[in-house]
Design a protein around this ligand. Structure first.
Ligand code: GLN
Length: 203
């Protein structure tokens, strides 16, 4: 498995897993942060990127398509090898080592020692927006939550970056970053900028 192909000093090539979900918004946010952004659907495309975003969407669908497209094992391998990866919402679910309430056939890529609960905020509060303070950002982000998960618990190696109503909604472990909310929908690129910096630092 290669570890990206970008020469030193060049803009990093950052992929967005484009099997299902809000791929386009992530590509735009990454481009705004100075990355070369590209859709990833095939193992060869995954092998070429320096970092990867797992978008929001439907985590069961994405996981089934990843298996179908022969991407699940390569994804696990690259995350294990330390490729920077950022998951939003469904992407956060995919990065969890364990899903509390998986649907049948649902698998995870893993990479963050946390247990997530899907659709955690429940029916009454399926989708909402709230200011969320994130560790390392001076001003809160405008959190857009759409049938969002939360992390029930995180392991010792994972850092909680944000909570909402006492629930964990942003986590980082090594080169893996996850948010339950969708910064790509807000025009606020601070978290994509942070992720792009993680990719540059790893490269
Ligand atoms: N609830 C969705 C899931 O289980 C995630 C929703 C989202 O990504 N906005 O995958």
């Amino acid at each position: 498995m290669t570890t990206g192909t970008t020469p030193a000093g060049a803009a990093p090539l950052v992929g967005v897993l484009a099997l299902q979900g809000d791929t386009r918004e992530h590509l735009a946010a990454l481009t705004a942060c100075g990355a070369r952004a590209t859709a990833v659907r095939r193992p060869e495309e995954l092998a070429a990127v320096d970092g990867l975003v797992l978008p929001g969407g439907e985590s069961t669908t994405i996981s089934k398509l990843a298996v179908l497209f022969g991407l699940m094992e390569p994804l696990r391998a690259r995350v294990r090898e330390g490729m920077p990866v950022y998951g939003t919402c469904a992407g956060m679910i995919l990065l969890a080592d364990k899903i509390l309430d998986p649907r049948s056939g649902q698998q995870t890529v893993g990479g963050i020692d946390m247990i997530v609960r899907r659709n955690a905020f429940g029916r009454q509060n399926e989708s909402f927006e709230a200011a969320v303070g994130v560790a390392g950002l001076a001003e809160p982000v405008h959190g857009v939550f759409i049938r969002a998960p939360w992390a029930e618990s995180v392991g010792a190696g994972a850092d909680v970056l944000a909570e909402h109503d006492g629930h964990i909604v942003a986590v980082r472990q090594g080169n893996a970053l996850a948010t339950a909310f969708h910064p790509e929908l807000t025009g606020d690129h601070r978290l994509h900028a942070r992720f792009t910096a993680m990719v540059r630092a790893a490269g």
